[in-house]
Design a protein around this ligand. Structure first.
Ligand code: FAD
Length: 290
């Protein structure tokens, strides 16, 4: 089903997974997917390797998601891709029957000053897909605390609006541990005429080092409540994980109260912790809302 159509009916609950490296068997991820599917996600997104690496694996994972009876949302980036490469690459996904794609610029590999491909930004990739495959639904990324390379939020939201104008029918946010920052962002979107539904990406707080690294490398903030957990559990990874899961549940509740249209959990290919977090939230009640 098209995610744009689903969002017209109700809110969505979904997951992101990443493909394992080429030389790692898919069995572990297959098991993870089967457990994640027990939470009945509306769709599962599959990342496209940083720097354009590991592309083939993304299609394999997409197939697994489809085989598990779930809607797949493969990511595509501009990194190193010409129009011809994208046209060729998408064919294997169309053969799988995908109806949705998440279109991104991608992070520039170290030392690169551009994408080294035909598309400099996500907006032109979206325009290309819309021209070639108008039958698909297109998603794009957005940044409640502003993209790390952007000089200011006004500029960033201007480009976001451009992605919508090019054909993006929904947005998925970068991690944001601060629901109040998200609410301010949502107000700016409204003023800028961004009307496509926004699905909030939630990075579960599971490991202390991982949380700090992911948050800072994406230029996102650590709110006081999370900073206190990081400080308190400096030498206690288990204690950190428990407090982190509780923080994640509270954050999800705040997002639900803020009226977001979708919740997308960055699973980091973990299932036990994700299922535990989902169990503590009223996901069915959230989904029933419109
Ligand atoms: P863009 O929309 O191109 O924006 C990048 C920067 O350029 C921003 O600062 C923006 O303000 C500016 N900008 C936008 N359009 C223009 C324009 N026309 N002219 C001038 N400036 C412009 N990375 C991966 O490699 N693989 C993935 O699978 C992946 N999945 C992701 C999923 C989500 C939900 C998110 C939020 C990010 C994901 N990323 C992924 C990371 C993403 O690729 C990076 O954040 C990247 O730096 C920006 O991608 P974008 O699509 O937002 O780029």
């Amino acid at each position: 089903m098209k995610i744009t159509d689903l969002l017209k009916e109700r809110n969505t609950f979904s997951f992101e997974v990443f493909p394992p490296k080429e030389d790692v068997p898919l069995d572990a991820l297959e098991h993870t997917l089967s457990r994640l599917c027990a939470c009945a996600p509306d769709f599962i997104s599959i990342t496209y390797g940083a720097g354009g690496t590991n592309k083939g694996r993304s299609a394999d994972v997409c197939r697994l998601v489809k085989e598990s009876g779930r809607t797949a949302l493969p990511h595509f980036t501009c990194i190193g891709n010409t129009r011809e490469m994208i046209d060729e690459y998408i064919e294997s996904y169309l053969d799988l029957g995908i109806e949705n794609v998440l279109l991104l610029r991608g992070d520039l590999p170290k030392g690169w000053t551009g994408t080294n491909g035909d598309f400099a930004h996500a907006d032109s990739l979206i325009a290309h897909f819309r021209e070639r495959h108008p039958e698909l639904a297109f998603g794009a990324a957005c940044y409640p605390e502003t993209h790390i390379e952007s000089d200011n939020q006004e500029e960033d939201v201007k480009y976001l609006r451009r992605k919508q104008d090019m054909g993006a029918g929904f947005f998925v946010t970068q991690l944001c541990h601060d629901a109040t920052a998200y609410e301010r962002f949502a107000e700016r979107l409204e003023k800028a005429g961004v009307t496509a539904p926004v699905i909030v990406g939630v990075m579960p707080i599971l490991s202390r080092a991982g949380t700090i690294k992911m948050t800072l490398s994406n230029g996102c903030s650590i709110p006081a409540e999370l900073a206190a957990i990081i400080g308190k559990y400096e030498d206690d990874e288990e204690g950190f994980s428990e407090a982190g899961k509780e923080f994640t549940v509270r954050l999800i509740e705040r997002y639900i109260a803020a009226g977001v249209r979708g919740l997308h959990l960055y699973t980091l290919n973990k299932h036990k912790e994700i299922a535990e977090i989902a169990r503590h939230c009223d996901i069915d009640g959230f989904r029933a809302k419109r």
